[in-house]
Structures are given as structure tokens and as C-alpha cells.
Design a protein around this ligand. Sequence first.
Ligand code: ZN
Ligand code: ZN
Length: 487
Amino acid sequence: MVSSSLICWVLVLIYTSTFLNSNIAYGLTPSSTNDLDCSSCNFFESTSGSCSSFVGETSDDREHVHDQYTTQGKNKSNSVYSCPSSSLLPETTSILSMAKDPAMVNWIKSIRRRIHEYPELAYEEFETSRLIRAELDRIGVRYRFPLAKTGIRASIGTGNPPFVAVRADMDALPIQESVEWQHKSKVAGKMHACGHDAHVAMLLGAAKILKARENHLKGTVILIFQPAEEAGNGAKRMIEDGALENVEAIFAAHVSTELPTSVIGSRSGPLLAGCGFFRAVITGKEGHAANPHHSVDAISAASAAVISLQNLVAREANPMDSQVVSVASFNGGDNLNVIPESAVLGGTFRAFSNTSFYRLRKRIEEVIKGQARVYKCLAEVDFFEGESFYPPTVNDDVMNEHVRNVAVGMLGSKNFRVVPPMMGAEDFSFYSQVIPAAFFFIGVMSEQLGSIHSGHSPYFMIDEEALPIGAAMHAEIAERYLSERYR
Ligand SMILES: [Zn+2]
Ligand SMILES: [Zn+2]
């Protein structure tokens, strides 16, 4: 107890002096000691409360605000807090310079490292979610919780339209980390091997920046922290739970070891493929292999189905529209003398447009069931639509242009690249099916550092220098969207 209190006071002194120095650096002069209590006007670490001026987006939000926030609000309700208005930030204090402030950089890195050490799989992101909510409380940002079990919808701004959203995913992968470093995963068999720890850290960085600039916002920024991107269709459940309520556009970033550190990559139109899986059980009638006429042969039906499935891309798809259907599993009986009662086949399919993706899904079912009928068998096809079924990620032209403009304006044209479409998939696509959306990559590749292994590799690592750039991109995309409002 004694030592922790001591540490607390040391931190308060450090933060207070940092804040005072930062105010001088940014041209802010606290008018009273009360100013120091207002964490929402201060983008440095603080344990104090938030601006009482914030108007929640709905009464529902107010009910779900964390206890700590509510208590702080009550404690302060009788006092008049004159927050140093973020509108007093000089124009030269750009979002990028706020993100690159050493205190901010250290804070964002520390969050990423804490999450990296304790990875959690889909719908088990309890501690990650708790960490995010604790930081939002400290910054003074309101939120709804839970959505989709562990998800969070936070709000910054006027509480009124327009609403624009930025999303981060929180889940890790069932992979044993092979990277030896100080903050290696402490959970055996689990690892943030896709960089979702970095996504959360960047979005929290953006939250801190946007809260400090709340008076600049011409509407409301919604920050979406979602579970289960890797498996379980987390985005779909977030939408069902109201994550996109009132939201008219959404953006998200993914780290990429294909791009050098802090280079932004994107493209208009289809960016990531839709990805689906199928498993078919074809049922006939078992019989002795020496008397095939007494059986109904599921093996023959399944074999014909495999051949016919190959024609879906070869004969029915536009050659200019990349698509894939691959049968990757085929199992029948295990007795060389017996025609089995059933055969099971399965595989994956991919496409870059919703039309082609759903056409493939429909035709796979038709072909398998049709071929089964030809051979007097029955077939059932499962597409795992509740678990792993991702439509294509298609970037809206106008939203993608917005990302490009922000990236070029902030980082220069040499740090923006148009990237080719990729066969990987993302459940961000569920958002992009509902409202205009843009998904972009942020480079984390450094040969010097060794961050050259792709996502889902046990050797995956990132160059953390990209984290503040990602935070700044998120913040500026949201703030400028509200100012420029395309629709
Ligand atoms: Zn992944
Ligand atoms: Zn990912």
C-alpha cells in the first residue's frame, strides 16, 4: 500500500509537470488549478476525470458508462470546470505532431505491448476489452459495452450527426509465438500474429488525440473495438448489436509487412476477396463392392460433384474477374470391399465482388445437390455462415479517396501506394456491405528490425514506429471526414 501510494504521487508529479510543459509548448496557459483536472483537454496520461461538457449520443450510452466515469461526474457536478478549450490549440499543432509527442508514442507502445503479452482468442477478449475501457475512462471517453460479448462502441464529439466510425479488432490467433523479445506472448499457444494489438493501440491513440480536439469535431466520431475478426464473424455481431447506429461511413486500418514502415496502401473497389468454406455430405446406400447394383454409390456422386465444381470458375466466371473454387478434402469409406453409405467433400471459394461471391455460394450448392440427385443420392451442404464467411472487402471510391487525401496530406505522396487486390479476407467487409467504407494498410515492414514475416506467421512482428502514424491517420480521417462531409 505504502509503496503504491508513493508511486502514485510520483506519477502525479511527473504528469503535472509534463502537462505544464506541454501547455507551454502548445501555447496553452492553464488559467487555474481546475484546468489540470480536465483530462479530456490533455492528451497525456492522467487519472483524473473528463470534461463535463460532453453530451452523450443517447441516454442509453449514459446508462452504460463505466462506474468510474459516473462517480467522477458526480464528484464534479457541483464545480465549474473551465477546460482549456481544444479550440485554443494553435493551428500549427497538427494531429501528426500530437501523435509524435514522445509521451504519446510511449503510451501507445505500452498499450500495444500489454495487449501483446496477453493475447485472447475470438470472443474471449475479456482482459483486452477491460484494458480498453479503463483507458477510455481515463481519457474521459464515453462508450457502450458490451456489444458482441466483448466489443465496445465509444463516442467523441458533439453527440449529434454526422457520425463517422473507425474500427479496430481485438482478437489474437492460436499460434505459439517464436519471436524472442521482451514482450513476447505470455500465453502458451496464443499470439497476436495478425497485429490486432497494434490496431487497438492505434485507435486508443486516436481517441486521446480526438478527445483533446473535441471542440474541433463537427459531429461525432464512433470508435469501434470489435471481437472475433479471425473467426466468429465479430463484425456481423457488432452490427446486429448496434455498432453502426447512425453511422454514415466507416474506416479501418490493418498493419502490413508488405509495405515499409508508415507507408499507407489502399485501392478503390475490391481490395480483399470474399472467403467462404463448404462441406458437403452425400448420402447413398451402402453395399458390397462386388455387387454395386445393390448399392447407391455416394463415391461416384461425390466424384462427379468435384469435376463439376471445377467448371464453376473455368466455364461460368468472367476470366477478368478472379475467382477460386478449391476442393481440399474428400473422404469416403475405409473398407476396400464396401461401397460406403456416404462421402464427404469440402473446400473453399473466393471472389472479389459480392455478385461473384454469392453466385459461387449458390452454384456450389446447386452443383453438389444436382450431381447427388443424378446418382440417386441426397446431399447436405454447410457453408459455416455463422463462423467463417467473409464477403469481399470493397472500398467505396469516395471514402478511399478520403483516405488517400489524408495520407498524402499528412505523409506526402511518396508514402501512399495503390496496392493490388489480395486473396486474403477480412470481416470488415460486413461493415462495407452496409455503409460506405474504406480499408487501408499501414506498413510495419523493416528489414533492419526483421519485421518481414507475414501475418499468421509465428515470426510475425511489427515496427512500432508505425503506431503513432496509425493513430494520427485514424484521428485525421475522422476529424476531416466530419469537416468535409462528402455525403
Ligand atoms: Zn488475421
Ligand atoms: Zn488481421
